[in-house]
Design a protein around this ligand. Structure first.
Ligand SMILES: Cc1cc2nc3c(=O)[nH]c(=O)nc-3n(C[C@H](O)[C@H](O)[C@H](O)COP(=O)(O)O)c2cc1C
Length: 397
């Protein structure tokens, strides 16, 4: 896994002569694993074509706030929500001034205003422009607002001047974006995550299971790895690619998952029970395939062991986070689960919506603990995973 794997980066390209380097910046971000979408300002389009940026980013380049088709679904808001980070490279003096003034005069400045994700800008301009009081004051304002500046380099400029203002190298820009995602919030912490669906055999060819894909658990694993944690995954049946580096243990039934959790729970800092574990298993699974007949077939089910509850009752229990996949009385059921299991927090998701939750790449959850409940609006599971891990770090570590 590279440092920008699964990261969505919006690259704003504005009207500096250095815009010709922007396809290379796209490439360097992709080398680190990012998916890139480009916003090209009118000024930027004087120096680089939309086609070059479309070909390198493999995404349609956005350049118009007044695009009727894109704005049908509020394109500028959608783009702001899609982004994990915003990068403007090169950032012209004009675009920097727009941001400092809080303008929403074009697509790029509107997306920046509509976004709450980290923003980096790489200024590029003539050395006299760069050292001017106006540009320096504007940059200072942006730094105060938490925007990160990727300093330009000193050297010979396109106009022949020598001084500070040359766009930083593409590699350096991509590296700075990557570094922003490196966190040490969970370094030295061990996290055990169960994910996916368990499978309970009826006979050698048939089984009871559920629709869990393991995607939410995998997104949480990615977020823990990014935050520096040592992750162990106990995987049931999953239909998603598996995060590395992590220790992976594959299991089938609820009983196997229970045993595996208990064998690995010692010295874990956090336990996240994200797997959809069957509440029942078949009492006497048959050794041979059950033959079809006209008679009613009754399968006797027995309750499985409660993994989360038993972990919560361990004398040296880790921080325990459970999931509640509910279809009705959502908050009531989730709060009951929090109390009955004795865990530190429950993440509630409504699995009655067909476009969210199970199998979907998106989710909408409520993080509930003894003191508060925090609603995390509909977003990709990757982004929700990061938000959940941030909340867990802040509340419990
Ligand atoms: C040939 C030429 C080169 C330019 N180079 C730069 C530059 O490197 N940096 C800069 O801030 N502005 C530069 N400008 C001015 C910007 O292109 C101009 O301010 C434009 O309005 C910026 O628009 P934007 O910020 O919306 O992209 C240059 C203009 C021209 C004509």
């Amino acid at each position: 896994m590279s440092i920008l794997t699964n990261k969505c980066i919006v690259l704003g390209v504005s009207g500096s002569i250095a815009a010709y380097k922007s396809p290379d910046i796209v490439r360097r971000l992709q080398d680190l694993g990012a998916e890139v979408r480009v916003i090209l300002t009118q000024g930027g389009a004087k120096f680089i074509t939309e086609l070059s940026l479309q070909a390198t980013s493999k995404n349609k380049v956005q350049n118009n706030l007044w695009d009727k088709e894109a704005e049908l679904s509020m394109g500028h808001i959608e783009l702001a929500k899609w982004a994990d980070a915003l990068l403007i490279a090169p950032a012209s003096a004009n675009t920097i001034a727009n941001l400092a003034a809080g303008k929403a005069c074009d697509l790029l400045s509107s997306v920046i205003l509509a976004s709450d994700c980290p923003t980096l800008i790489a200024p590029a301009m003539n050395q006299q422009m760069y050292t001017s009081n106006s540009v320096q004051d504007n940059l200072a304002t942006l730094v105060q607002r938490g925007i990160q500046i990727i300093d330009p380099e000193n050297g010979v400029q396109a106009c022949g001047d020598i001084g500070e203002g040359r766009l930083a190298e593409s590699d350096e820009i991509a590296k700075q974006v990557g570094l922003m995602f490196q966190s040490t919030k969970m370094s030295g912490k061990k996290v055990l995550i169960t994910l996916g669906a368990t499978i309970e055999a009826i006979d050698p060819v048939r089984y009871l299971s559920n629709h869990s894909s393991g995607k939410m658990g995998m997104a949480l694993a990615d977020a823990c790895i990014e935050a520096g944690a040592q992750v162990t995954l106990i995987l049931g049946d999953v239909s998603t690619s598996i995060s590395k580096p992590s220790k992976q243990i594959f299991v089938t039934s609820a009983e196997q998952m229970y045993r595996s959790v208990m064998e690995n729970i010692n010295d874990q800092t956090i336990f996240i029970a994200c797997a959809a574990v069957s509440d029942y298993s078949v009492k006497n699974p048959k050794n041979h395939k059950i033959k079809k007949s006209d008679k009613t077939l009754t399968i006797e089910l027995v309750p499985t062991k409660d993994i989360l509850k038993d972990v919560c009752q361990l004398p040296q229990k880790p921080i325990c986070i459970g999931f509640a996949a509910e279809t009705q009385n959502l908050l009531e059921n989730a709060n009951n689960k929090l109390k009955n299991k004795g865990c530190d927090a429950i993440i509630l998701n409504d699995v009655s919506c067909t476009d969210l939750g199970f199998k979907s790449d998106e989710n909408e959850v409520v993080f509930i603990d003894q003191k508060s409940s925090i609603k995390l609006a509909k977003n990709s599971k990757q982004k929700l995973g990061r938000k959940i891990i941030e909340i867990i770090s802040e509340k419990f570590l």
